[in-house]
Design a protein around this ligand. Sequence first.
Ligand code: NI
Length: 221
Amino acid sequence: YPILIVKIPFFCKAIGYRHAGRTFRCASGVEKTPKKIYIVSAMALRDIRIFPDPVLRKENRPVEVFDERLKELARDMIDTMISKDGVGLAAPQVGENVRVVTIDARTDEERSRPIVLVNPEIVEKSGDIVWNEGCLSFPGIYEEIKRAEQVTLKARNLEGAEFTLKAEGLLAVALQHEIDHLEGKLIFDYMSFLRKKLVRRELKKKVEDMKKEAKETGGLA
Ligand code: NI
């Protein structure tokens, strides 16, 4: 096999994609299925906090300083979101209680188009849509939730400039889901009493299994 040296673009430092034959995808839209990947540098993946981790319920403060630390957080969130095949991620899910959201606004399977929203705020909503939503903080759990079908929101980018975003369908659903996170609201809150009981039990078991596995592999899982 030839060794493919992947040149690492912005946002995209390689580890986590070392399995030969696996599709390598990064935030800038590079997509390849190499025979072998030569690891050039480590990707900064962050641990996803699983419900009922209290960090998911804490207050999230607005970003006031648009510095390197913010950019690093956004980069890590994008890497983490993509490595987990998530549609979106909110900062509290990686343990940071700030109002930052990343969304993978891809239009097809080929190209990933991550966007970062700082201090997002929904200014207009219309229509109804029901989507079977998942959440990286609730692995394996899905819940049908009714949301607005179209939303308009205001947010800032990583430089602090304000922009307006109009979205509909899945993108609108994902944005509402992530903005819920910034209010400490979770898919759990939309569930019936019985379903909540079941989900609590299921996730408790999952977290115990993950801890056990981490112990067996020397903490590298
Ligand atoms: Ni979520």
